[in-house]
Design a protein around this ligand. Structure first.
Ligand SMILES: NC(=O)c1ccc[n+]([C@@H]2O[C@H](COP(=O)([O-])OP(=O)(O)OC[C@H]3O[C@@H](n4cnc5c(N)ncnc54)[C@H](O)[C@@H]3O)[C@@H](O)[C@H]2O)c1
Length: 425
């Protein structure tokens, strides 16, 4: 059995470690700085919610003793032939890149690495970082030479929360290597570990660029949908009807408009291009359009209701999208800022969060007894709980702003409540 260390047991790292641990020929060390995460994994428990299949895989790995978590990354790495890095790179408020966590992880790896080890980065990165930043750090600290004494690969993680286990074997794994030997080792490792198709690309940089390009593609296309929706609204045309009609042509794939783009991928990774030379053009503009959608939505509410001062507004969903417990860069945070600026009292409902987790955003955690107080409802994250929502309890609500164009308009109107969507009246 080969030993592999997965560094970072988060929402992506834990499912990855769990699949490797169940593939039949890998012993997995899961390294994480969070002691609670490590303790849970060592008890056979997943700390990641809402990930179908993950609890079972962790329990199975616990039974077979093929997954062992630790806070000691260097020690785990010293016993491993393969190291997979899935610790995030973040962006600061001003969009600048924050390497704090991954730099520290790479230093730990460098202190433990032995000759012949393959280190594979999966974290989304600006092009060039695997080679120039992390490869060099490992060389400097370990005294080993990349491509000769240790091998370097980059393989982006392209999965979607909520269906990670499925995606990991269904998507082809884009794999790259510093040199042919690195690529050969990485392709073999992923093919066996994930039982998936391998899509080799010619350089570390091409693979790094691929993942960011996917995020930019989504962001730009959502921005286009938002622009079309705002324009359609001016002309009193229903954008959803238009999109359905337009997409009946095979070359048209107009995305869905909405109240914003959240999460820690799509609104974040375009800055890896914007900060590194792609400082003008569609990528930058799209970021601005998508972030301005919260302002647009609040403006629409004002148009319908007049001043929002002292109005009690309920936002549905703290998460950035439906059925995922993830508040990072959620459009709800932008909506909260806009609404507060207008003097509104903001309530937030999210069935996936405890009241205390919601109140720390400076809003009132919604509970049923607040229903009669609410004057405006904005749907942001379409959790399953909001399907077939009963609006009859909201006796003083005069407007539902459907930020995802998914609610039952007729049912809302039946309650005497006005309805608007994004590009939908
Ligand atoms: N979440 C997604 O939907 C998604 C989708 C595709 C790709 N990704 C990629 O996966 C990467 C990881 O995302 P995530 O959602 O798993 O992040 P996460 O925040 O859920 O988990 C990161 C984990 O890394 C650990 N960590 C931080 N510093 C460490 C260190 N020095 N050593 C060891 N562990 C450390 C944290 O304790 C945490 O458990 C992201 O950067 C992104 O590039 C994420």
């Amino acid at each position: 059995m080969k030993n592999v260390t997965v560094v970072g047991l988060g929402k992506i790292g834990l499912p990855l470690a769990a699949i490797f641990a169940n593939c039949g020929h890998l012993h997995v060390y899961g390294a994480d700085i969070n002691q609670t995460v490590v303790d849970k994994v060592n008890q056979g428990i997943s700390h990641v919610d809402n990930e179908p299949g993950l609890d079972e895989l962790i329990a199975k790995a616990y039974e077979s003793k093929t997954l062992e978590a630790t806070v000691n990354t260097s020690e785990a790495v010293s016993k491993s032939e393969v190291v997979v890095v899935i610790v995030p790179v973040l962006t600061k408020e001003n969009g600048a890149t924050n390497y704090q966590y991954i730099d520290s992880a790479v230093e730990d790896i460098a202190r433990g690495i032995k000759k012949g080890t393959l280190v594979s980065f999966e974290t989304t990165l600006p092009a060039g970082d695997t080679r120039n930043r992390f490869g060099r750090t490992i060389e400097k600290i370990s005294g080993l030479k990349m491509g000769v004494d240790f091998f370097l690969s980059y393989s982006p993680e392209r999965v979607y929360s909520n269906r990670i286990i499925k995606d990991l074997s269904a998507y082809p794994k884009v794999v790259s290597g510093l040199n042919p030997k690195s690529l050969e080792l990485a392709a073999d490792f992923y093919q066996k570990g994930l039982n998936c198709d391998i899509l080799p690309v010619s350089s570390l940089e091409a693979a790094e660029f691929t993942k960011v390009a996917e995020c930019v593609y989504r962001d730009v296309n959502i921005a286009l949908a938002n622009e079309l929706a705002m324009y359609a609204s001016k002309l009193d045309i229903d954008i959803m009807e238009v999109i359905k009609a337009a997409n009946s042509e095979p070359y048209s794939n107009i995305h869905l408009p909405g109240v914003g783009v959240g999460g820690h991928c799509i609104p974040v990774y375009p800055y890896f291009f914007i900060n590194n030379g792609l400082d003008e053009g569609l990528t930058t503009l799209s970021r601005r359009i998508n972030d301005d959608m919260a302002k647009y939505a609040v403006g629409m509410a004002e148009k319908n209701l007049g001043s929002l001062r002292n109005k009690r507004v309920l936002i549905l969903g703290l998460s950035f999208r439906g059925n995922v417990k993830e508040p990072t860069k959620s459009s709800t945070l932008l909506l909260i800022d806009e609404l507060k600026e207008k003097g509104a009292a903001v309530y937030v409902d999210d069935p996936l969060f405890e009241a205390g987790e919601i109140s720390k955003y400076g809003v009132v955690p919604f509970s049923k007894q607040h229903a009669e107080e609410i004057e405006l409802i904005i749907l942001q994250a379409y959790h399953d709980e909001y399907k077939n929502m009963d609006f009859s309890a909201y006796k003083n609500c005069s407007l539902v702003l459907d930020g995802r164009n998914v609610l039952d308009k007729e049912a809302i109107i039946k309650q005497g409540i006005h309805y608007v969507g994004i590009g939908v009246k």
